[in-house]
Design a protein around this ligand. Structure first.
Ligand code: FAD
Length: 289
């Protein structure tokens, strides 16, 4: 099933993101994650693509997406970045995904590394999106940034480029993580004014660990509202308390987003099925209204 079709069913879509296990973890650890996610039946599961385009990691993106699609019978979306890829490499990856029955791709540029000159075949995600659309065979999604992409001079130019990505063929957008729903609702309004009318899922990352959230925020530029910095200050050195507070914060964010009519929630699970389950159970009744 193409992911854009999920949004025509008149309910809030609930999806999850997983990443290929790190070199230090056993490959089988992904099955524990997927078994846990299967129990909550997300509408689709996306699989990240290794930053920098290492062949081994990206092979596992394809393999895990195929497992989700064919063994768990849950629609899979494979992330695909073009910053380090030639057209031939993209062709090969798409052919592999197609052969495995994976029908959805999140078309991304990827981060530009100062240590590695970018490949010149695709400068922006919109070019990759147009290329995949021209080829055919995939539902195409794209990334968006409620607080603006860190490289963008301002939100206006970021949204202008986002519109180009949608016009190039992105049928659905997934947002970067954010912690202040007002940022998301303002962004949504600006997108609609700009004529971006595809479904936009809100990316939610539960705060469970102070160090990892500080690292994530420094990488993606998301801001931390007062309500959250208070939790981090008070419970940051108490892992169990922070976990409880962080889960409550994520559930509160999701309830408010659904009340505000969001198209979908995309949960950054960090491969932790217990967290995904807790959140899914906590909002089950809310999602049905
Ligand atoms: P683009 O849409 O190309 O935008 C990048 C920047 O270029 C923006 O500032 C945009 O405004 C600007 N821009 C776009 N078009 C033009 C133009 N024509 N002229 C001038 N400027 C332009 N990274 C990974 O490595 N692997 C992953 O699996 C992964 N998954 C992600 C999932 C989600 C939901 C999100 C939100 C991000 C993900 N990322 C991932 C990170 C992503 O690769 C980076 O944020 C990257 O820097 C931008 O990718 P993009 O596809 O948004 O790029």
């Amino acid at each position: 099933m193409k992911i854009a079709q999920l949004f025509s069913q008149g309910r809030t879509v609930f999806s999850c993101e997983v990443f290929p296990p790190k070199k230090t973890s056993p490959v089988d650890s992904i099955f524990r994650t997927l078994d846990g996610l299967e129990a909550i039946r997300p509408d689709f599961i996306s699989v990240t693509y290794g930053a920098g385009g290492s062949a081994a990691v990206n092979q596992s993106t394809r393999e895990i997406a195929a497992i989700i699609q064919n063994q768990y019978h849950i629609p899979a979306m494979a992330h695909l970045t073009c910053v380090s890829s030639t057209r031939q490499e993209v062709d090969a990856l798409l052919a592999g995904l197609e052969a495995d029955g994976v029908e959805n791709v999140l078309a991304l540029r990827g981060d530009i590394s100062p240590d590695r000159p970018p490949c010149t075949d695709f400068a922006h995600a919109s070019q990759l999106t147009a290329y995949i659309r021209e080829r055919g065979g995939f539902g195409i999604s794209g990334a968006c940034y409620p607080e603006g992409h860190p490289e963008s001079p301002d939100l206006v130019s970021d949204i202008r480029h986002l519109k180009e990505k949608v016009d190039a063929g992105a049928e659905h957008l997934v947002s970067q993580l954010f912690f202040d729903n007002d940022d998301f609702f303002r962004f949504l309004e600006r997108c609609r004014i700009a004529g971006i009318n595809v479904p936009i899922e809100a990316g939610i990352m539960p705060v469970l660990n102070r160090k990892s959230i500080e690292r994530m925020v420094s990488l993606c530029g998301a801001s931390l509202p007062r309500k959250l910095t208070r939790l981090l200050a008070r419970y940051g050195d108490h892992p169990q308390a922070l976990r409880e507070a962080g889960l409550a914060y994520a559930v509160d964010q999701i309830a408010d987003l659904i009340a505000g009519g969001v198209d979908g929630i995309h949960l950054y699970t960090m491969n932790n099925p217990d967290v995904a389950r807790h959140i899914s159970d906590s909002v089950a009744a809310i999602r049905r209204v």
